[in-house]
Ligand binder design. Structure first.
Ligand code: ZN
Length: 261
């Protein structure tokens, strides 16, 4: 079975900043998709903020097993209607991976229900990424740690809910540490946050980083059929209760009513 991946790129820095354009002449999202297409068992395509519906039409999401998100400067330009659509897809079972500055992306903040803030510094520091969950499938094939010579620092406290599992922690040359690989389940969807990937550094060309993202795609993929309406909250009338019962006392709602939202 081939896992269908859509890489969503904000696609702004690559066209407005000469350093980023030099590091990623093919754009970040295409670089990430190309690496996934070489990984085996994965078919990755790309969409961007500038596409109609930001590239995330209902049809595209229905054909996406795992969505990868990179955004930074234009989080506010993502339409709320599209955020709703993406979150519904995750709650219905689509896998989702948020990279680096996507900690402030609207769908990540919605799915986390938390500020998602952190400390940061742009000083080209060495980042040492430690595997904290050795047998975790997202860490498969990695050494005990690997290093990125130049990265932006993200430091704790990271304002996210306690994850299901912490797969990586990062140490930075300046002394800070950060939980840099976190798993969540939201509705029926598997969600992974992976920290590295500041746009002025060649992070997505790194073989270990590429391996983590490919491993995360396989981990996040949910082969079960997508839940059509994950927001359904059906009323179960008395006569359809699993055990025979009778209504007791006063009721606010009529049998079979939709209820309040
Ligand atoms: Zn950054």
């Amino acid at each position: 079975m081939t896992i269908r991946v859509t890489v969503w790129g904000e696609n702004v820095h690559e066209h407005e900043n000469a350093v980023v354009a030099g590091v990623y002449p093919d754009t970040m999202h295409v670089t990430i998709a190309d690496a996934l297409n070489r990984a085996g068992g994965i078919s990755a395509g790309t969409v961007t903020l500038q596409d109609p519906d930001h590239g995330l039409t209902p049809e595209r999401l229905a054909e996406t097993d795992v969505l990868i998100w990179w955004g930074h400067t234009a989080h506010g330009d993502v339409r709320d209607e599209i955020v709703d659509r993406v979150c519904d897809a995750v709650w219905g079972g689509m896998g989702m991976i948020f990279l680096h500055s996507a900690h402030f992306a609207k769908p990540f903040k919605r799915l986390m229900g938390a500020p998602c803030n952190l400390t940061w510094r742009e000083a080209g520091e060495r980042e040492r990424i430690w595997v904290t969950s050795r047998n975790h499938p997202i860490a498969a094939g990695l050494p005990d740690f690997f290093e990125l010579e130049h990265e932006e620092m993200y430091g704790e406290p990271f304002g996210v809910p306690e994850p299901l599992e912490t797969v990586f922690i990062s140490w930075f040359q300046g002394g800070e540490v950060f939980r840099s690989g976190l798993t969540y389940r939201r509705g029926a969807g598997n969600v992974f946050y992976f920290r590295p990937g500041h746009e002025t550094y060649p992070t997505y060309h790194n073989a270990h980083v590429q391996r983590v993202i490919a491993n995360a795609v396989r981990w996040a993929h949910n082969p079960a059929a997508r839940i059509a309406n994950p927001n359904d909250a059906p009323n179960v009338p008395v006569d359809r209760a699993p055990e025979k019962i009778e209504t007791r006392g006063a009721t606010l709602h009529k049998a079979g009513e939709a209820g309040y939202r």
